[in-house]
Design a protein around this ligand. Structure first.
Ligand SMILES: *[C@@H]1O[C@H](CO)[C@@H](O)[C@H](O)[C@H]1NC(C)=O
Ligand SMILES: *[C@@H]1O[C@H](CO)[C@@H](O)[C@H](O)[C@H]1NC(C)=O
Ligand SMILES: *[C@@H]1O[C@H](CO)[C@@H](O)[C@H](O)[C@H]1NC(C)=O
Ligand SMILES: *[C@@H]1O[C@H](CO)[C@@H](O)[C@H](O)[C@H]1NC(C)=O
Length: 550
């Protein structure tokens, strides 16, 4: 038995042994946020750059690394970043949402400190302020497996990040004005892959290159504003291996539907004729299909990509079937050496069911979106800070929505929407969508089990059809038109966590809420203290810092 194997067995035997090895490594970054002119669709427009880059830099980390990012906001507006899918264990302070922290004022800087504790996988970051995401400042975030933990596939030749998203040529300021004045965003102008769209006239530089015979990993995330996208590569099937931090059963797909906020890792082998191939991302469920293309080139390649673009599937039943084919690999290791399937979520009793129904309505003549009749608004004081300073009652009321939707959903109330959930309880959340448009929901701070997506409305009898064995644990789930989705999770991460529509327009206009998970004791065992350099704003600005957790 070699040393690595022995050490691995020791880890499996008593995981604490492996922790006796000093502090986890640190990764330091300094990011300058600026405006800059970009022309991804050939039309010059104002973009938001990170260190001059669009899209922003990729973060390449390993599980448990300490990530420290000093962000200088050189825009003329407050700015803030969220790290989609990072669970921030005990540390919602670094989540980068308007309910958990203050945005960075223009001309100032703030340092994010976070650790992908017991996490692996494919993620991305993006701005949560205004409509900044429409202008850039998003980028890939990968968390590699720690060395001693086996990964259920051979090391790929290289590892590529593929950020796909719909794109507007209007500036984020104009798009925000649309929403503020009660209009909708309208249709995007195109689809980008890593900030580009191939012209197809023979002058395009390749986005990715592959050596013949080798296998590559592509990490695909939909970073767009509203459209689900179908992703495919001419002539190259994709073997799905990971989804938002979980190893999947390795099925092969000709194309994948990627809904807003979702990420997949696939393996692709360069075993076809040596030439160029198009990678294609096209909009789903839209009357007019918008298509973005990028070139994948064989290093020994001779010849352009064929102009024959493989068709995308039609209708959402296909997409639902694809969702049902996704399975958790129960025997693969997670971010810890124990198998993913050792957490038997299907055997835990549900302590509470929260059913959330989304609706759209006009309030004072302006379009708003809501959940269970409430359209969330962000105030000057972040909810978490209000709670920490003991001033919650001055800023918001808990539980203004019930666990069931009201009978009439056509009237929306504008208010901060905060639901209290008891620490460590196992909760079922049903998202019911009565609208004709697809929804996509993310919950910060957690990974959850999407046990079902079905057409129609939910009833308790539907639980009979739940996948209680091997659904893939993830952070973002779609809900098809006139359908529902059910998720289950244990609320064991104390903090204030955003549950939101990942569709930018819906989120901006109120289709989100916060879940306050308070541990009964103010204890460091359950939650970290606010850092000394935490930005303060609203009514807590200038107040003495409360007694820290101990
Ligand atoms: C990412 O980090 C890992 C571990 O440090 C390293 O092996 C790998 O080469 C890095 N990949 C890139 C693309 O920088
Ligand atoms: C701002 O940047 C400086 C370094 O230039 C750093 O010392 C300071 O801690 C940063 N401030 C915050 C709040 O992160
Ligand atoms: C699941 O993971 C195990 C352990 O790494 C691996 O041997 C197996 O091939 C994987 N199964 C599938 C169906 O992907
Ligand atoms: C779950 O509930 C059932 C029925 O009420 C009960 O018999 C069982 O002991 C409970 N299981 C656990 C793990 O609490």
């Amino acid at each position: 038995m070699d040393k690595v194997m022995l050490l691995l067995l020791l880890c499996l035997w008593a995981e604490t042994l492996c922790l006796v090895r000093g502090e986890d490594p640190y990764l330091f970054f300094t990011w300058k946020i600026t405006y800059g002119t970009i022309s991804p669709l050939g039309v010059p427009q104002q973009g938001i750059l990170i260190n001059g880059e669009f899209p922003g830099p990729n973060i390449n980390s390993t599980g448990n690394n300490n990530i420290v990012i000093n962000v200088f906001n050189n825009l003329d507006e407050p700015f803030m970043l969220t790290w989609l899918g990072m669970q921030h264990r005990k540390n919602c302070w670094q989540d980068g949402t308007l309910g958990t922290g203050c945005p960075i004022p223009p001309g100032q800087n703030y340092t994010y400190h976070f650790q992908p504790k017991d996490q692996i996988g494919t993620y991305f970051y993006y701005p949560t302020t205004a409509m900044h995401k429409a202008a850039g400042a998003f980028g890939g975030l990968r968390v590699n497996s720690r060395l001693l933990i086996p990964v259920p596939y051979a090391d790929p030749e290289d590892d590529y990040t593929v950020l796909i998203g719909d794109w507007y040529t209007k500036s984020h300021t104009i798009l925000k004005k649309f929403l503020d004045s009660g209009r909708s965003l309208g249709r995007p102008e195109g689809v980008l892959i890593n900030g580009k769209n191939a012209k197809g006239d023979g002058t395009d530089e390749p986005l990715f290159t592959m050596k013949p015979g080798k296998t590559y990993k592509y990490r695909i995330c939909n970073v767009g504003l509203k459209n689900s996208l179908n992703l495919r590569i001419q002539g190259h099937p994709m073997k799905l291996v990971e989804m938002e931090g979980s190893h999947t059963v390795q099925n092969t797909y000709d194309s994948l539907d990627v809904h807003i906020g979702q990420c997949y890792s696939v393996l692709v082998t360069a075993d076809k004729d040596a030439k160029d191939y198009y990678m294609i991302a096209s909009t789903r469920f839209t009357k007019t299909v918008l298509t973005g293309k990028g070139i994948v080139r064989y290093t020994n390649g001779k010849g352009p990509a064929s102009s024959e673009i493989p068709e995308a599937p039609v209708g959402w039943a296909w997409s639902l079937n694809q969702f049902r084919s996704f399975r958790w690999n129960l025997t693969a290791s997670a971010a810890r050496p124990n198998p993913q399937g050792s957490y038997k979520y299907g055997q835990i009793n549900i302590t509470r069911t929260i059913k959330l129904v989304n609706s759209a309505s006009k309030v004072d003549g302006k379009l708003r979106y809501g959940l269970n009749g409430v359209s969330h608004i962000d105030g000057e004081t972040p909810l978490k800070l209000a709670e920490y300073f003991g001033l919650a009652d001055k800023v918001f009321k808990y539980d203004i929505i019930g666990d069931n939707p009201p009978d009439a959903l056509d009237k929306l109330t504008l208010a901060p929407n905060v639901v209290k959930v008891t620490f460590r309880t196992f909760v079922e959340i049903i998202f019911e969508n009565h609208e004709k448009s697809i929804q996509s929901y993310n919950l910060d701070g957690y990974s959850f089990f999407p046990v079902a997506i079905e057409p129609g409305t939910w009833t308790p009898e539907k639980r009979k059809n739940y996948n209680l064995l091997d659904t893939v644990s993830r952070h973002t789930i779609q809900v098809f038109p006139k359908s529902w989705a059910a998720i289950m999770l244990t609320f064991d991460n104390a903090g204030m966590w955003n549950l939101r529509s990942e569709i930018a327009e819906n989120r901006y206009l109120g289709q989100q809420l916060y879940i306050s998970v308070e541990s009964p004791e103010r204890s460091l065992r359950d939650e970290y203290n606010m850092r000394d350099d935490q930005l303060l704003c609203g009514i807590v600005k200038g107040l003495p810092i409360p007694k820290p957790y101990s």
